[in-house]
Design a protein around this ligand. Structure first.
Ligand code: BES
Ligand code: MN
Ligand code: ZN
Length: 505
């Protein structure tokens, strides 16, 4: 069992009706119009004449209201704070929840070293402002020793007071509770992704997932290499056998209080490091393959979140964990393995390992007879070729795929529906086994990977496969509420889909 002590994954979040005396910085929003910036009103919380004076000063120092621009000025005597930070919201007509989330994140990133802030962004959208501040303030500093640890001026903001007209209303409290829980789940997924492969290998990942699950009251089952062998999980074993750190399959189940609730199965790819195996990857950029358990991280965080929110849906996460390494015990190109359930596969390319571990987990997940199955994985470089770094691809059964894509766009993770062209399927035929793990060409690589997974999804299950190869990991500079490293995508899509299933079946 893991012996790490939990550290806070974000700032303290609280509701407030007025700017309190202990607040250091007030954060307001500026929209941009053709006549220059305008203050997004604090609806009676901050005196309007004070805000009008502030606008003049912000304009004088060049603030434009451009999305995510931050400008900080000393506070006037009329406000009980030291300074006021204006964050751009972009054009007022285009303003939506995701822009508020991103702008709040940009403000949080600009406020390192500040103790307590209060914000009026929450008057526009409490949930989005809370999530944006919490996620924008997330940092991963576990491996910074005293030699390079951030000093007091670089500490993330410690406390955020979200101004609303009715801080004591149940609706405000419920909204903040939900958003805090979501932000914590996203940060949990980020934390897993950011933990390097030296420290997060299959057995350790399984231990940490188990600890989180147990704390949340979930039923936990961990299959070690012997149990995997005994039960015929050939895909997980084949991928994992090149490493001295053997694979695991973790199952976390949340059962709703409500009887006969809809059943959702989650499956996430948990390759703690992907060298490619014997089909080894080039050295340049290989360090980013620490993110190859991003799908697993997201589903572990999501099932725990569903339990914390007490949703009336049964959710089970089935999570294969393995390290894909080249060695004398590794599988070879040309090997044949037997997936859980009996399908034989010719492993043409050991770097197409994600689909091998996922297929075993999908077959296992379908044994529970779920109504819906969502799998997510950093599955293909082709996802990034097709959609870029920030747009997940969703494939699956038509109706559910479109529902997942549309919800994902609403909540700002922006997954996009992609097809599974039938003619690509025969390119996965093998001369000697039931299937080959790759096609002999590179066209439609994301779609071909989905077609491989489709072979393992039971009939009648509504299925969505979310490829997050790019979106799970930010290897460039920070933007909005997304810092460098693990992003936690697609936790917010999955929890919103589960909430939608709770509401509409
Ligand atoms: N983990 C990679 C996919 C990936 C690439 C994720 C870049 C994040 C960033 C996956 O296991 C992989 O190697 N896929 C191969 C499949 C190919 C061999 C059919 C790929 O995309 O090249
Ligand atoms: Mn690979
Ligand atoms: Zn991989």
């Amino acid at each position: 069992m893991s012996t790490r002590t939990a550290r806070p994954l974000g700032p303290q979040l609280a509701l407030a009706g007025t700017v309190g005396k202990r607040v250091d910085v007030l954060v307001i929003g500026l929209t941009s119009t053709s006549d220059g910036p305008e203050i997004a009103l604090g609806d009676g919380i901050v005196d309007e004449s004070v805000l009008t004076d502030l606008l003049d000063t912000f304009v004088a120092v060049g603030a434009s209201g451009k999305a995510e621009e931050t400008t900080r000025i000393p506070a006037p005597d009329t406000l009980p704070v030291d300074s006021v930070l204006a964050v751009g919201l972009g054009s007022a007509e285009k303003l939506d929840a995701e822009q508020i989330r991103k702008s709040a994140g940009a403000a949080a990133r600009a406020l390192s070293g500040v103790g307590t802030v209060a914000t009026t962004l929450s008057v526009l959208d409490l949930g989005a402002a809370a999530e944006g501040f919490a996620l924008g303030a997330y940092r991963f500093t576990e491996f910074k020793s005293a030699k390079s640890a951030p000093g007091p001026d670089a500490q993330p903001v410690a406390r955020v007071e979200l101004l609303v007209s009715s801080p004591r209303a149940k609706e405000s409290k419920d909204t903040l509770a939900r958003s805090s829980a979501i932000a914590e789940a996203v940060a949990t997924a980020r934390e897993f992704v950011n933990t390097p492969p030296s420290h997060l290998f299959p057995a350790e990942f399984a231990d940490r997932a188990k600890a989180l699950g147990t704390d949340a009251g979930l039923k936990v089952e961990v299959l070690d290499e012997k149990a995997l062998e005994k039960n015929g999980y050939g895909g997980i074993l084949g991928v994992g056998k090149g490493s001295s750190r053997l694979p695991r399959l973790v199952r976390l189940s949340y059962t709703a209080k409500k009887r006969n609730a809809p059943k959702v199965a989650l499956v996430g790819k948990g390759i703690t490091f992907d060298t490619g195996g014997i089909s080894i990857k080039p050295a340049a950029g290989m360090e980013n393959m620490t993110s190859d358990m991003g799908g697993a991280a997201a589903v572990v965080a999501t099932v725990v979140l569903a339990a914390k929110l007490g949703l009336p849906v049964d959710v089970t996460a089935t999570v294969p964990m393995a390290e894909n390494m080249p060695s004398s015990t590794a599988q070879r190109p040309g090997d044949v393995l037997t997936q859980y359930g009996g399908t034989t596969v010719e492993v043409i390319n050991t770097d197409a390992e994600g689909r091998l571990v996922l297929a075993d987990a999908i077959v296992r997940a379908c044994e529970d007879d779920p109504d819906y199955l969502i799998d997510t994985a950093t599955l293909t470089g082709a996802q990034m070729v097709a959609l870029g770094n920030r747009t997940p691809g969703v494939m699956g059964t038509d109706e559910f795929r479109d529902r997942v894509a549309s919800i994902s766009q609403e909540i700002g993770e922006n997954a996009w529906a992609m097809p599974m062209p039938a003619e690509l399927r025969s390119d996965l035929d093998s001369k000697i086994a039931d299937l080959a793990n790759v096609t002999n060409h590179r066209w439609g690589g994301m779609l071909a990977a989905a077609l491989y997974l489709k072979e393992f999804v039971a009939d009648g299950v509504q299925w969505a496969h979310i490829d997050v190869a790019g979106p799970a990991y930010n290897s460039s500079g920070p933007w909005g509420y997304t810092g460098r490293g693990g992003t936690g995508v697609p936790v917010r899509t999955m929890i919103s889909v589960i909430e939608d299933i709770a509401a509409n079946g």
